[in-house]
Each structure stands twice: as structure tokens, then as C-alpha cells.
Design a protein around this ligand. Structure first.
Ligand code: SF4
Length: 271
């Protein structure tokens, strides 16, 4: 009987095995690369399956995607475009966004063939009454977010029973324990990328050759309104929080759209 060797080759048989630059080191790096690629593809398959079920079955015609067209938004927009290019996409235009975000939105929507981008903006009367000099973000950022983000979104979501966000656990803070599906006031909120890692995101963007928001190359790894967004100065690949440039120096890490309309004392039709 002949015995076939199925275990790992010994270091003695591999003169370069003890060195990271040897053949064993190369094999280990290849193995780790394979783990990253397969993990990323699995994350993509799971997210796509959840989205397809929600968009085509569970909430067909009653669900919207909410997108900031920010640093990582291309992933969810691309996933949705593979299922239904006519899916409603709500874009909250606070009136304080970077010009690059508007340009990126137009370019990405055209490239992905998305046909129903819905701009949701703040009420003009509220703005003239409370933020005529455009300094509310400095005086009272929670109120500024309430009238520029939360109320417009509440109005835009009228008629929908569910909405989809691109939040992820690795962004930290309140998002660390994020569920894939949650209750949100009267609606269901879905976070199909909740369990994605930074490497999943980078791998997806590369695999599908998706364009990045132009400010990413300038060090902005999370992109919101211009007055409240700073460069991130972090290494997301090393586990740093990519949102640390948002509201820098303030005790604030969320705009409030994920805290529920009732907590703001707002109504969808106004304030
Ligand atoms: S992020 Fe800043 S500018 Fe934008 S709505 Fe909130 S406080 Fe206002």
C-alpha cells in the first residue's frame, strides 16, 4: 500500500520556508489574499440576496434607498442598480454639501443608469427664519441637522414602508451594534452592508471598477456637509474610524436621521 502525503510540507523540505520572502511566505500571503477575496464575495452575495428579496418581493414598490453619494455610496447604489434601476433613491440636499458631491451624484447616477433620484431639501421658510445667515451649523448643529436633514427625509419617505441605508458596524460609535434589519418608527430599516469590513468595501469597489468620490483622494473618508466635514487623518484599513472627521471637536457623531423623527419633535410636513 502506498501512503500519500496530505499534510503541509515541512520547513526542512522548504529552504525558504522560515523566511517571509520564501515560498512558504508567498503561499501564506496568497492564502490570506484568497480569504479576503472570498469573504468580500460572500458579503456581496448576501447583500445582493437581501436587497433582491426586499426590492422584488417583501417591499416591492414600497421601499426607497437613501444615499448621501458619499465616500462609500457607490457600493449600495451599484448593488441596487443590478436589481432595479428604477428604484427610488432619496438624496438629502442640505444646501451645505460639497460641490464635488453634486458632481459625483450626477456622474454615478448616469453611469449606473439610475432613473429615479429624488432630491429632498429643507423648507425655505424654516431656513429664512432660523438660518438666514447660514451659521446655524455653528450655533446649534442639532437643530441645523433637524431642519436640513431629518425633516426633509421624513417628508421624502412618506408613502414608503421601508428604507435602505449604507451604514456599517466598523464605522463605530452608535453603529457598532448595527442590525441588518431594524424597526424605525413606523417603518422597517434595512442595513445590508452592516457587517461589511473596510476590506470588503475596497475589494468591491475594485472588483466592479467603481469610481470614488473625488474627495476621498484628498483624505476625506466620510463625507457630509462642507462646514461639518474635515479630513479624516485616519487609516481605515488599520481599524480607525473613518467618521472621525465629521463634526470634529463636538460631542456629536450622527446627524439624527437614524434616531427617529419623534425624537426630534418633527413632523414630516414641517417642524
Ligand atoms: S451636517 Fe452640519 S451643515 Fe449639515 S445639516 Fe448638520 S449641522 Fe447643518
Amino acid at each position: 500500500m502506498t501512503l500519500r502525503e496530505v499534510g503541509p510540507a515541512s520547513d526542512a523540505a522548504d529552504p525558504g520556508g522560515a523566511s517571509p520572502s520564501g515560498s512558504k511566505g508567498v503561499a501564506l500571503r496568497q492564502r490570506d489574499d484568497n480569504v479576503v477575496v472570498l469573504s468580500s464575495r460572500l458579503a456581496e452575495v448576501r447583500a445582493h440576496a437581501l436587497l433582491a428579496d426586499v426590492i422584488r418581493q417583501e417591499f416591492a414598490g414600497r421601499v426607497a434607498l437613501v444615499s448621501s453619494f458619499g465616500a462609500e455610496s457607490a457600493i449600495l447604489l451599484h448593488l441596487v442598480s443590478r436589481i432595479d434601476r428604477a428604484m427610488p433613491v432619496i438624496f438629502i440636499d442640505t444646501g451645505r454639501l460639497f460641490a464635488q458631491t453634486h458632481a459625483y451624484r450626477d456622474m454615478l447616477a448616469a453611469r449606473l443608469g439610475l432613473t429615479d433620484i429624488r432630491r429632498a431639501g429643507p423648507d425655505a421658510t424654516l431656513l429664512s427664519g432660523e438660518d438666514a445667515d447660514r451659521s446655524l451649523w455653528r450655533r446649534d448643529p442639532d437643530r441645523c441637522c433637524a431642519i436640513r436633514k431629518v425633516a426633509p427625509l421624513a417628508k421624502a419617505l412618506e408613502g414608503f414602508d421601508a428604507w435602505i441605508t449604507g451604514r456599517k458596524r466598523f464605522h463605530g460609535g452608535d453603529r457598532s451594534g448595527l442590525a441588518l434589519v431594524e424597526a424605525d418608527d413606523r417603518r422597517v430599516k434595512l442595513n445590508p452592508l452592516a457587517d461589511w469590513s473596510h476590506s470588503d468595501i475596497e475589494a468591491y469597489l475594485r472588483r466592479h471598477s467603481l469610481p470614488r468620490h473625488p474627495l476621498v483622494a484628498e483624505g476625506f473618508l466620510s463625507i457630509g456637509c462642507e462646514p461639518c466635514t474635515d479630513r479624516t487623518f485616519s487609516d481605515a484599513a488599520a481599524g480607525d474610524n473613518p467618521r472621525q472627521g465629521r463634526w470634529r471637536g463636538r460631542d456629536k457623531s450622527e446627524c439624527g436621521i437614524h434616531l427617529g423623527i419623534e425624537r426630534h419633535g418633527l413632523k414630516a410636513s414641517g417642524m
